[in-house]
Design a protein around this ligand. Sequence first.
Ligand SMILES: [Zn+2]
Length: 264
Amino acid sequence: MEFIDTHCHLDAAEYAADRDAVVQAARDAGVSQIVVPAIGRENFGVVADLDLRYPGCHHALGIHPMVVDRAQDSDIAELDAQLALGRAIAVGEIGLDFFVDGYDRVRQEWFFAEQLKLARKYELPVLLHIRRAQDTILKHLRRIPVPGGIAHAFNGSRQQADAFIALGFKLGFGGSLTYPRALRIREHAAKLPLEAIVLETDGPDIPPEFAAGGRNDPGNLPRIAAVLAGLRDLPLGSLAVATTANARTVLARLADLPPCHANR
Ligand SMILES: [Zn+2]
């Protein structure tokens, strides 16, 4: 069985001591490709280096909404220059986060719009971080169309889900769906069209219930997928095939890059 983790911060300090083992464990569990988004200029080089170090790991480049307060306007030009190298598979992690007070919304929206323009320029999909900002994100996407992408850790309404799908997006589901109290996420995971769903861990964050309180590793993905398969009453193998194909459809460059299978 083959799985793709469409969102894992493999460069995070939490993995510093045992990153090689974390990647190997993911491979052994059937995770053949891992998408590693950047969060800002300071880790563009780090995530790009992970591609070279770990076959099957592929990076995206972007400026996360929670770091725009310390980002410089010139970071957009640097992002442009890095994307021009043609190695990143997506623009991300970008988006809007209106959940935490004290962040400058105008600045967030400026960085978001500028990065959508870059995604359009390089014909790349986007990896979206969205908190309390679904409709504002959709407004920007209608104004600056991009070649689809993933609404990561999706937690909006069904109507908002349908709006993202209509714009060519897939919706990312991960460890949250393993918690019985996550009613809305589990409802979406069970009922949204299968062709709209991709899997992600968001490691090292959002550990699933079976690893609650600990670090979340990309090797957890198949067990998260098993919970989703149960919610949809589908064999795990069918869910793996469908979500892997969905990831390669929306992140088209993944389909051209070699996956990494266990023991290789
Ligand atoms: Zn993330």
